[in-house]
Design a protein around this ligand. Sequence first.
Ligand code: Q46
Ligand code: ZN
Length: 309
Amino acid sequence: MKCVRCRGRAEVQLRAHNAAYCRPCFVFVFRRQVERAIDSEAMFSHGERLLIAVSGGKDSLALWDVLADLGHDTTGLYVGLGIGAYSELSHAKVVAFAERRGLPLRVVMLDEHADGLGVPTVAGRTRRPPCSACGTMKRHWFDAAAIEGGFDVLATGHNLDDEAARLLGNVIHWEMDHLARQRPVLAATHPRFVRKVKPLFLTSEYETAVYAFMRGIDYVVDECPNAAGATQLVYKDVLNRLEAASPGSKLAFVKEFQRTAQPAFAAAPRDTPHDCERCGMPAYGTLCAYCRLVDEVERKTAAHAGAPA
Ligand code: Q46
Ligand code: ZN
C-alpha cells in the first residue's frame, strides 16, 4: 500500500476517504483537515484566546496538540469529576502533557470545590444516570472557567463518531431543540457564555487515535467506568456497523446534516437565556441547570438524613 501523497510506504488506510498515508503525510493531512474545519466554520482566528477542555483522552489531547502547533494561544482546562482511579489517572496524563509541552493548564476539582460535589455524589443522591449529572456539571464549570479566565472560545475534542452518535440519538427522539443547537460552532448567546467550538467534528475517532499514536501522546486508554452503561455506545456500535458496510456513512451523515437539515431546525424560534437568579449564569427558568441540580442534591440529602433508619 502506497501513500497517496508521496508514494512512500503507507502506514494507515482511511477507507472513508479512500486514501492511505505514510506517517509524515498523515500528520500533515490530519492537521490540514482540522485547520479547514476551523476556517470553513469560522470557529476562531489567530489572536483569540482559546480554552481547550481536556479529559486526558486521545481526542482532547490531540486537539490541544494540533491547535498549539498551529500557533494558537491555547490554555488547557481539566475538570476533575471525582470518579476514583479514572479521574486520578486522567488528571496525571493531562498535567504531564501540559508540562512536556510547556502549555498553561487550569484545573477545577469538583469534589474540592465550594460545593464539594463530584459526579458520583451528585448521581447517587439525585438518582440520575451519572452521565446526565456529569453533562450538566461539565457544561457549568466549562462556562464558568472560560468566563473567569477571560477566554474568547471554549474548544472541546468531540470527534465525528461523537457527533454522529449524538445526531442519531437526537433524530431517534426528534429532539428539535437539540437538533437546532447541534452545530460545530455555537455563538455566545449570553454575556456569561463564550463561543463553543468542536474543531474535530469531521475527524473520526480512528483518525485521532492514529494521530495521538504517531505524535507519541500519552493518554488515558481506559474509558470512564460510567461510559459502559451509556446509550451513546449503542449508537456508536450501530454506526460502526454501518460504516463497515458502507465506508464514509458517518461523514456523510454529519456533514449533510450540517449543510442541509440543521439550518432548518435552527430557523425555528427559540428562547434566549436570561440570568440565573443565584449564580448569574445563563438560565431558561429562574435557576440555571447547575443550580437546580445542586438544589436537588441538597433536598435529597436532607430528606435522607431525616428519614428513619
Ligand atoms: S466522563 Fe462523565 Fe463521560 Fe464518565 S460520567 Fe459519563 S459523561 S462517561 S464523556
Ligand atoms: Zn445558577
